[in-house]
Ligand binder design. Structure first.
Ligand SMILES: [Zn+2]
Length: 387
């Protein structure tokens, strides 16, 4: 690990000097010299040292770009002990859970992994092929990968508008539809609580910035875990619903959306969970073969899905149009997202009519109180759909 760290840091320095950030460029630049300088390192590991270095260099370049006006950016280097091996550079006995890692000619390290039932799921399933191995002082991380199943042709659509405390939307199939809701009000509460706590810590430890920083970091980690846990629950519930109804999921593309220049810290905190929820939904959907349709959210909150009029004035909780259409603001947005998706033929040729949409019922896909129960209430068929 020390050799690997040395080689990585050497490659970072060389990359900085030559202004290159790709693995191949680094390889060309320093491979020969490094072979002589690091005779203790297996050649294949040297290449992964370049890859790690390239990743760090790219990150560094991004930081430089971002902070053109701001504070100085530190010269990057790897501080903690680690090493990475590509999948051809080590062997894993999947049955026994023994890793065979060559270090240099004639010297191999073998380590027995602690294999739980969770690990067995991946080890025993040949569809999961081996990715890279990362060795840390206290653990071994092995990546597994799989070609995801082909998404099914949807028979229904779940269109969701993403808001600060909930996903609001519609579930549409065979010409009828119902409003759906998945709430995560506790996420904002957790964020607020941790934000306050961090503020307090900083105030209390004004004379000891190092301790303050360490404590804040710990707080941040806890907050992250708590939020992440809830988002996974929301995502799992939505995905199992979608899977059981063979739905496609329509989401807005959040990538272009920036925080409004707002002094309010709450606003700035609130974008991350939403993006993260999308990320979780997307990768889990891919794994389950559930089609995800991302659409441009422009005008989705301001347009009337019946007559197409765009309203620029601010509105309350309800969207009202001159043509007579009125609908909960968030649900209205999700109908617009669905319309954008289907007008582009993305929703698998499914057609729907906002007029056939049932207003008086709301199906609850998820709420925090349900977390303890195994079967969410609103999901039983007879409650869900009109006859
Ligand atoms: Zn209208």
């Amino acid at each position: 690990m020390e050799d690997f760290r040395l080689a990585t840091n050497g490659a970072i320095r060389a990359g900085l000097q030559a202004g290159v950030t790709s693995r191949n460029a680094l390889n060309k630049l320093v491979y020969k010299d490094f072979r002589e300088e690091h005779p203790g390192l297996y050649a294949k590991h040297l290449v992964s040292a370049f890859e790690v270095a390239a990743g760090i260099l790219k990150n560094h370049r991004r930081q430089l770009k971002r902070s053109r006006t701001g504070q100085a950016v530190h010269t990057p280097f790897v501080k903690r002990l680690m090493m990475k091996a590509e999948n051809q550079a080590y062997k894993l006995d999947r049955k026994e859970g023994i890793v065979d890692l060559p270090v240099r000619a004639g010297l191999h390290i073998k380590c027995k992994l602690v294999v739980s039932q969770y690990h067995r799921r991946y080890l025993d399933d040949e569809a999961w092929s081996l990715g890279s191995l990362t060795l840390l002082p206290d653990k071994v991380v092995i990546a597994f990968r799989r070609i995801p199943p082909k998404p099914y042709a949807p028979r229904s659509v779940l269109s969701l508008d993403t808001n600060e405390k909930s996903l609001d939307g519609v579930f549409i199939r065979e010409g009828s539809g119902v409003a759906v809701w998945a709430g995560f009000p506790d996420v904002a509460i957790i964020q607020q609580r941790h934000h306050d706590r961090r503020k307090r810590l900083q105030k209390k430890k004004t004379n000891d910035r190092r301790t303050a920083r360490a404590l804040c970091k710990r707080e941040g980690k806890r907050e992250h875990n708590r939020v992440e846990y809830r988002l996974h629950q929301v995502a799992d519930t939505i995905l199992s619903f979608a899977k059981s109804h063979e739905s496609a999921i329509v989401l807005e593309d959040l990538t272009g959306i920036k925080h409004k220049k707002n002094k309010d810290m709450n606003r700035r905190l609130s974008m991350w969970p939403r993006r993260n929820l999308h990320r979780i939904i997307e990768y889990k959907a891919e794994d389950k073969g559930i089609p995800i349709i991302k659409v441009d959210p422009r005008y989705s909150s301001k347009k009337c899905p019946i007559c197409g009029t765009v309203q620029y004035s601010r509105m309350g909780a309800e969207f009202k149009c001159e043509c007579g259409w009125h609908m909960d603001r968030h649900i209205n947005a999700s109908i617009n997202l669905l319309q954008t998706a289907s007008s582009k033929g993305l929703a698998g040729g499914l057609r729907f009519d906002p007029g056939a949409f049932r207003h008086d019922a709301m199906m609850i896909l998820y709420e925090p109180a349900m977390a303890a129960r195994s079967e969410p209430n609103g999901m039983s068929e007879d409650v869900v759909m009109p006859p």
